[in-house]
Design a protein around this ligand. Structure first.
Ligand code: SF4
Length: 359
């Protein structure tokens, strides 16, 4: 058997085998991020990548190439490894985008994994996103390598030499100091000055009437936006009253971490599908909880649509939603991920490699 393989690899039939492999690169689809759009572009009618013998395929077991399209997260790293291991030899990996090289704009994300730590990468297409041309150049380089056995950098950077006189004539330019410094961008939570929401006061009155003494403060913060501050001990009762008045679903649950004051602000954004006058309104009810013993009564009995969001916040902030059966189980994060990554005092850790040894 070994002799036959050798005969095929290095014997008289090897040129035919290499020729066949060269023109039969079939990448499996592993779209992980926005670079996938550029891959689609490379194989659409404009660039027609198929003319190079590169045909995208759906099944890992019938493919010999993976194009990692951008960012790989801890969860995706497993899939990448599993897909790679299912593919028959010879197999190749091409990585697109800066996300796949150094993490790109997610460079310090707790969830990022570098693909070359998971599978052996042949070629990188740098850029954000890389162009379809650069992806096709990776395929061409790979095809050359299959035939010649030699990997080459496909980009040659020409060295530009400046004349000495030129150097002396032109002094080094230092950018001038800016005349205007832009203010830091900030989020303004208020009604824009030039626009008025005529019914704001009326709605504030209605909400105050529904909640009575349960509401500490009712504020109009924008067009169709009202904030209600409620004490923790009154939160469930206030939620029930709102639900009974027509606020039938939760749109979002958020937590704001304020480590300096040792507190979390927990807010539920609720709205209505069924009561026409409230349909456009987004009502935020919020309260504060102790950050060290972060526990909050779950509202899934009041609004079942809060379930998924509470689980997510439990993962990300470690808040215990009392009564939600998912507490204590990992939901979004992989089991070996550091806990509570959205707390402000979360420390970035050394990359913990998944499914193998870190090089
Ligand atoms: S490199 Fe840019 S385009 Fe590609 S996945 Fe990352 S952010 Fe998206």
């Amino acid at each position: 058997m070994d002799e036959m393989i050798e005969f095929l690899h290095d014997g008289p039939l090897s040129p035919i085998k290499k020729w066949g492999t060269k023109w039969s690169i079939w990448p499996t689809h592993l779209v992980t991020a926005c670079c996938g759009v550029e891959l689609a572009h490379a194989f659409a009618s404009g660039y027609d990548g198929e003319r190079l013998g590169v045909l995208n395929f759906g099944m890992a077991r019938q493919t010999n190439c993976i194009v990692v399209e951008g960012a790989i997260t801890r969860k995706m790293a497993r899939i990448l490894k599993m897909t790679y291991e299912q593919m028959p030899d010879p197999k190749f990996v091409i990585v697109m985008g800066v996300c796949g090289i150094k993490g790109g704009l997610f460079w310090n994300g707790y969830h990022m994994v570098k693909p070359f730590e998971v599978v052996p990468v042949k070629y990188f297409a740098p850029g954000c996103p890389p162009t379809p041309e650069s992806l096709l150049r990776c395929f061409r380089a790979l095809q050359d390598e299959i035939v010649t056995g030699e990997a080459k950098n496909t980009i040659a950077y020409p060295k530009i030499r400046r004349k000495k006189e030129e150097k002396r004539k032109k002094p080094k330019k230092i950018p001038p100091t800016p005349k205007y410094v832009a203010l830091n961008p900030s989020v303004v939570v208020d009604v824009p000055r030039d626009r008025k929401w005529d019914y704001g006061t009326e709605y504030r009155g209605k909400i105050a009437e529904i909640l009575g003494e349960l509401a500490e403060r009712v504020t109009v913060t924008g067009i169709y936006r009202i904030h209600v501050r409620v004490r923790l001990e009154n939160f469930v009762e206030a939620a029930r009253k709102l639900r009974d008045s027509g606020f039938d679903h939760v749109k979002s649950v958020n937590i704001i971490d304020i480590p300096k004051n040792r507190k979390f602000i927990v807010e539920y954004q609720v709205s209505s599908y069924l009561r026409p006058e409230f349909v456009r309104l987004i009502l935020t009810i919020f309260t504060e909880i102790d950050r060290e013993e972060a526990s909050f009564p779950s509202l899934i009995d009041v609004w079942p649509s809060a379930d998924y969001l509470e689980r997510e916040l439990h993962d990300l902030f470690g808040v215990w939603f009392e009564g939600n059966p998912w507490m204590g189980k990992p939901f979004l994060l992989a089991p070996d991920t550091p806990k509570n990554p959205l707390r402000k005092d979360f420390r970035l850790q050394e990359e913990v490699y998944i499914g193998g040894e870190k090089k």
